[in-house]
Design a protein around this ligand. Structure first.
Ligand SMILES: [Zn+2]
Length: 248
């Protein structure tokens, strides 16, 4: 079984922000433990002597220096984000596949960008599993694990509809029936998904490529085509991001 850990960045109701991002990290079940150990080791290197289970990786407060992160310099906070994202190039990198759905909120209005992104990420994760089956003759199921602090009601309702409404969703052949909701404080992999979503959010909301540059090769792709990256732009907008470029 593959698990897709999902988290998001950007606020749906925030007027001044253009983008909402939902990102996922897919891991084969037997690899989950190794990735957690690698992430714990990285956090431990930055906080020697601390109880690292208390330290939650979370892009927005880390970047902004809020709450727990106030006492650390910007340089140290960004270094930890980048180190955590470096697991895509580490020993577990081959077992990690990233997904990133970037939605310009105005481009889907009046629809809910959370729904739009969730539908995309479910469909793309399902296709990733179908591709595995065709290529490697490996029939694997997929389970989606979502941070429960945000939009749980919306996503629960959607999960219900994707079981019952085959036409809207196409048919998601490989996914287990409902997503699981977990507390992100308890899951390093949901935290990793949060950092991926934050890296994409900075790229699109602030044109800051600094966090994304090291992980762009971690997104699901087939040759030059990034199946794991999706960017919903306003009509007529030219964009040079990897998602848009790979579809031209
Ligand atoms: Zn784009």
């Amino acid at each position: 079984m593959y698990l897709l850990y999902v988290d998001m960045s950007g606020n749906v109701g925030q007027e001044g922000e253009a983008h909402f991002v939902m990102a996922g990290v897919a891991v084969f079940e037997r690899g989950v433990h190794h990735v957690i150990c690698e992430l714990d080791k990285i956090v431990g290197r930055h906080f020697p002597g601390h109880d690292i289970s208390e330290i939650e990786l979370h892009g927005s407060p880390m970047w902004g220096g809020r709450k727990f992160w106030r006492r650390l310099s910007k340089q140290k906070r960004v270094a930890l984000i980048k180190d955590a994202l470096s697991v895509f190039q580490g020993p577990s990198g081959g077992n990690l596949t990233a997904f990133g759905m970037v939605v310009n909120k105005a481009a889907v209005s009046p629809d809910d960008p959370v729904e739009h992104a969730f539908e995309q990420i479910c469909t793309r994760f399902d296709k990733f599993l179908t591709r595995k089956y065709h290529r490697e003759r490996r029939k694997e199921r997929g389970l989606i694990v979502v941070d429960k602090s945000r939009y749980e009601d919306t996503l629960q309702a959607l999960a219900h509809s994707y079981r019952n409404d085959g036409t809207r969703w196409g048919s998601l052949k490989n996914l287990s029936e409902v997503p699981l909701f977990v507390d992100s404080r308890m899951s390093r992999l949901v935290q990793l998904a949060d950092l991926v979503s934050y890296a994409l959010w900075r790229r699109h909301e602030h044109d800051d490529h600094g966090l994304l540059v090291d992980i762009v090769n971690g997104f699901d792709r087939d040759g030059r085509v990034y199946h794991g990256l999706y960017h919903k732009t306003l009509p007529g907008v030219e964009c040079d991001c990897a998602a848009c470029a790979s579809r031209r």
